[in-house]
Design a protein around this ligand. Structure first.
Ligand code: THU
Length: 137
């Protein structure tokens, strides 16, 4: 896995912060922005998109991840997540990200872009169920 540069780290957090402004969260009023850095160097952003039928909504992290995969990406260096208070990715997003690697860095920042936590997908999802459980490499 590639290691992001300090500049890439700052850029990724800023991309997530800017994306957060496009979140569609009229029900929770909890806007989330995510930016995912692929090994290719490309960045994919996502926001949470809520729905009047509540369970239909989608988190920012998975929006970014699924967009990246739809563009052919499979390996990722890092994801930046920006919320008002530096909230952590939910369990479903941890599981979705884990499919593509436990070493992906996770940078969690607040609305001002201040880094609140630095971790990895594997640290966030201990003893993960993954592709190996189904005989996949
Ligand atoms: N949300 C995310 O986008 N990512 C997370 O990891 C946590 C929760 C969204 C879902 C919902 O639109 C709002 O935040 C409140 O739960």
């Amino acid at each position: 896995m590639k290691t992001p540069t300090p500049q890439q780290k700052a850029d990724l957090i800023e991309r997530a912060r800017q994306a957060r402004g496009k979140a569609y969260a009229p029900y929770s009023n909890y806007a989330v922005g995510a930016a995912l850095l692929a090994d290719s160097g490309n960045v994919y952003v996502g926001v949470n998109v809520e729905n009047a039928a509540y369970p239909v909504g989608m988190c920012a992290e998975r929006t970014a991840l699924f967009t990246a995969v739809a563009q052919g990406e499979r390996t990722f260096q890092a994801i930046a997540v920006v919320t008002e208070d530096g909230g952590s990715p939910c369990g479903s997003c941890r599981q979705a990200l884990s499919e593509f690697g436990l070493d992906t860095l996770v940078w969690i920042a607040d609305a001002q872009g201040r880094l609140r936590a630095e971790t990895t997908v594997g640290e966030l999802l201990l003893k993960a169920f993954g592709p190996a459980n189904l005989g996949r490499p």
